[in-house]
Ligand binder design. Sequence first.
Ligand code: NDP
Ligand code: 8X3
Length: 248
Amino acid sequence: MIVFITGASAGFGAAMARTFVGHGHRVVISGRRADRLQTLAAELGEAAHAVELDVTDKAAIRAALDALPAEWRDIDVLINNAGLALGTAPAHEASLEDWDTMIATNCGGLVAMTRALLPAMVARGSGTVINLGSTAGSYPYPGGNVYGATKAFVEQFTLNLRADLVGTGVRATNLAPGLCGGTEFSNVRFKGNDEAAAKVYEGTTPLTAEDIANTAYWIATLPPHININNIEIMPTCQGFSPFTIKRA
Ligand code: NDP
Ligand code: 8X3
């Protein structure tokens, strides 16, 4: 299989690249940080092809796909993993610019990549799209505002993809992890405040990037008649909270 992974320069995406290559598949690894991609490509050897790509740039997506060498063009699996949270401020104080960036990346980039790669999958009668949602798309929390909303979008877009793709042989899955450590997610969210980022995972045994990579691999390699619509994963130490009630 050839697997196109967005956001492969860190975290889940890099772990997914290693997992798929470890099982004998080929990966197109993409992201904005070319140096990171080159290092990973050097580690993975001929099974990896690095593509510098900002998924918020629709013209760049088209150009990057058109520039793929012939032997890398038949993408079997698209993993829309590139994404980010920025900030934890309440809605009335949050940065509108941060909100725009999250919407452009988590929603805009994901739909643009999907739209670009779907026609060839449909024409071939096979393919798998795995979209990185989040528990934040189902369960609200203070400061989750637009990040959670983008992930709710990812889930519903994925289910609507399923509605359109029935009968084509192309599959779509919303993969929604909860607390997951060992990636740059919180470092990005807290804008380089690594101390605040580390606190998120203090005293927990969170999911790991490898857990998510193994799940993506399982989804992509199931027999073709099986479509996982939605899969939500939490670490055992994570649970739910009761409703907040502000009493006078
Ligand atoms: P990381 O920050 O470790 O990795 C994010 C990746 O996305 C990086 O490779 C980054 O690469 C890439 N990226 C960000 N913006 C863009 C862009 N505009 N264009 C292309 N690539 C981009 O985070 P995780 O691995 O933890 O997260 C991966 C996905 O999983 C995200 O969608 C996140 O929302 C989701 N998720 C994460 C959870 C967690 O707890 N970690 C839980 C649930 C979901 P570069 O900067 O080089 O472009
Ligand atoms: C990442 C999980 O709970 O930090 O999507 O929003 S959470």
